[in-house]
Design a protein around this ligand. Structure first.
Ligand code: MG
Ligand code: ZN
Length: 230
């Protein structure tokens, strides 16, 4: 426990440095977390395509081994960099910092960080992001938030993905919302599908609201530590 505490403390310090770098460069950073297969990469690909029309966007994508996701995201035309974590099942601030050494942050308005598919330890690792988005697909079961409360509690928005499959899997919408809000009262929840035209519209509306308020006031950075021990 002591060792883990020290690791998280060191991560918090590095994340604070990153947050300051992001603030100075005027780049707004959103991280995405979910379990494997929730559809983060498809969601991010559509997001990057949409945002590229008006914003300068980049993405870092963490993966255990393959660069399949990164190659998919490159199709969006945005700048994408893969972080291969090997046996590590989460990204940490050091990995993000090292990946960004090659990038001129001033050249971006928005940066997305797709974490490794995992709902456990990413909750404890602050990456210096402004906002954390947790995704959960309709196929995962409505009790996901109850099983992984910390990640839902530390997120700023919950996105339900694959809404096109909701009827097929008899998704219990009310239960899902109630569960999300029982671990994080008041959190906003949006439903999306990458298979529908404009299926990400509720997410884009939320994102644009953030951008309108936060990007123009880059000092409004998040200061709460996320180093909660699971
Ligand atoms: Mg992925
Ligand atoms: Zn991990």
């Amino acid at each position: 426990v002591e060792v883990r505490k020290n690791i998280l403390k060191k991560n918090d310090a590095l994340a604070a440095e990153l947050r300051e770098r992001f603030r100075r460069a005027g780049v707004f950073v959103v991280s995405l977390v979910s379990s494997p297969g929730a559809g983060k990469t498809a969601f991010l690909e559509v997001t990057l395509r949409h945002l590229r029309e008006r914003w300068r966007v980049g993405a870092l994508v963490g993966d255990l081994a393959t660069d399949n996701d990164a190659r998919r995201l490159v199709r969006s035309g945005a700048d994408v960099q893969q972080i291969t974590t090997g046996t590590v099942c989460h990204l940490d601030a050091d990995m993000v910092g090292r990946a960004l050494e090659k990038w001129d942050l001033d050249a971006y308005d928005l940066l997305f960080i797709e974490n490794v598919g995992n709902l456990v330890c990413p909750a404890s690792y602050d990456l210096g992001e402004n906002l954390r988005v947790v995704l959960m697909s309709v196929t995962e079961g409505e009790d996901k938030p109850l099983k992984y409360p910390t990640i839902f509690n530390t997120a700023d928005l919950a996105v339900i993905t694959k809404a096109d499959l909701a009827d097929a899997v008899e998704f219990r919408r009310d239960d899902a919302y109630a569960n999300v809000r029982s671990v994080h009262p008041g959190i906003r929840v949006v439903e999306t599908s990458t298979r529908w035209a404009d299926g990400l519209a509720p997410w884009f509306r939320q994102l644009e609201q953030w951008l309108a308020t936060e990007v123009r006031t880059p000092t409004a950075v998040r200061s709460t530590s996320r180093a909660t021990l699971p």
